[in-house]
Design a protein around this ligand. Structure first.
Ligand SMILES: C[S@@+](CC[C@H](N)C(=O)[O-])C[C@H]1O[C@@H](n2cnc3c(N)ncnc32)[C@H](O)[C@@H]1O
Length: 247
């Protein structure tokens, strides 16, 4: 995916850190409401450009992990005080536990039940007993809707980016959906570039999410917190039981 590799230095013009303040505040309130005992450390799997983390770091000591070295480089520029680690959310093993584990929109790139199961295991083994996992996919099979979106930002360095996101309906019975990104890049002294970047999202029913979360030894919890972005993402919150042997 080019927006996470050679185009990674443009990512904050595609989705700007300031767009994340409200969502990050919601995540922090969920963690603080659900975790048993104080919560001061947070591991993010698939932390991308570090947009959420740029707010979460005010409340938690954040460890940020991603599959893409280029995205980690970008996140380091925004969040130099955070620990950054290269790793796949399906296989990462840091050998320590955290008060909270967050998997935001990066989870959409898991396209099979085995991948999702592996990511839940990663979350579970990195949670201390009484710690909380927050999963925020863009959509489940039930809430997914095909459509188009567009956006982008002007940078302070003269660069500008605009994009079209075209989300296609999945084939009948499919557990994946194709999403085309058309990205237009402008920078001083260069001709305008147009880049096509096709992505594949995984789609799982809510019952599949809850079953696999349970299989990982986590207990689904209703955080009972009003979500200011309700309808724009799905929310799954789970606790590692205070006394278990997940790790
Ligand atoms: C949309 S970005 C995440 C943005 C992030 N929510 C933020 O606040 O900046 C999606 C990220 O998922 C990462 N990713 C995709 N599959 C992954 C995997 N299996 N393990 C870890 N990261 C993954 C990509 O490299 C990309 O950086």
């Amino acid at each position: 995916m080019r927006i996470y590799s050679d185009l990674a230095p443009w990512f904050h013009l595609l989705t700007h850190p300031s767009d994340y303040e409200e969502e990050a505040d919601f995540i922090a309130r969920v963690v603080e409401a659900v975790a048993e005992g104080p919560a001061s450390t947070l591991l993010e799997l698939g932390s991308g450009g570090g947009n959420n983390a740029s707010y979460l770091k005010r409340r938690f000591r954040c460890t940020l992990t991603d599959l893409s070295p280029e995205m980690l480089t970008l996140s380091r520029s925004l969040n130099p005080e955070c620990e950054h680690v290269l790793g796949d959310m399906r296989t990462l093993r840091l050998g320590r536990t955290f008060d909270a584990v967050l998997v935001h929109d990066a989870v959409m790139y898991l396209t099979t039940e085995d991948d999702l199961r592996a990511a839940f295991k990663t979350a579970a083994v990195h949670l201390r007993p009484g710690g909380v996992a927050v999963f925020l996919p863009d959509a489940t099979l039930e809430s997914f809707a095909p459509g188009t979106d567009h956006g982008g930002h002007d940078g302070e360095d003269g660069r500008s980016l605009r994009y079209l996101e075209w989300t296609h309906a999945p084939a009948a019975g499919a557990t994946t959906a194709e999403v085309d990104y058309i990205v237009v890049l402008r920078e001083p002294g260069q001709p305008t570039r147009v880049v096509e970047d096709p992505h594949t999202f995984g789609l799982f029913s809510e019952s599949t999410w809850r079953r696999l979360i349970g299989d990982a030894g986590l207990v689904s919890v209703d955080p009972a917190i009003v979500d200011p972005n309700e309808g724009e993402h799905a929310v799954f919150v789970a606790l590692r039981p205070p006394r278990d042997s997940t790790a």
